[in-house]
Design a protein. Structure first.
Length: 155
């Protein structure tokens, strides 16, 4: 089970990328996002967020135990969650997706309130929750930009 937890938490070992694994995980999340958008059912977008969150809590906690470290850098399932929340339910162009990516990465690094506080929750819940908040803030910022410049950011 430890190997499965590490596989999921690292999003298929993307988290072992030697440079900026969080950014690599966020980029890899775009493939999952594209697949979900290709299916074209909004309920699946929301379901994917719930499934990634729940699975990520379990896998991140298991990876902490397996590696003997708190919030190990190889865990990038939280970045996947954050990107899915950032881009959810918006009809985005490639420019819109790129802007969402930049918003999420910036907010994931800055960790505005209450993201930094949630990061201190125990185990996988803390690992996942701070990125969920960063994704929510990025989503709201992106939604505002889409409202202001729809022709540039929407598909």
């Amino acid at each position: 089970m430890k190997a499965l937890a590490v596989f999921i938490a690292s999003f298929g070992y993307v988290g072992f990328f030697p440079i900026a694994p969080g950014t690599a995980g966020s980029l890899a999340a775009l493939a999952l996002f594209a697949f979900i958008k290709w299916i074209g059912v909004p309920a699946i977008e929301l379901s994917a967020i719930v499934v990634v969150f729940a699975t990520g809590v379990w896998a991140a906690h298991g990876t902490e135990i397996a590696l003997g470290r708190k919030d190990p850098g190889v865990v990038v399932i939280d970045e996947v969650l954050g990107m899915l929340i950032t881009l959810a339910l918006l009809p985005l162009s490639l420019w819109g997706i790129a802007l969402g990516f930049l918003f999420f990465r910036a907010l994931d690094v800055v960790k505005p309130y209450p993201a930094a506080q949630l990061e201190h929750l125990h185990g996988g819940l803390g690992i996942m929750s701070d990125d969920a908040v960063a994704g929510l803030y990025a989503h709201l910022a992106l939604r505002a930009c889409v409202w202001m410049v729809p022709s540039w950011l929407t598909a």
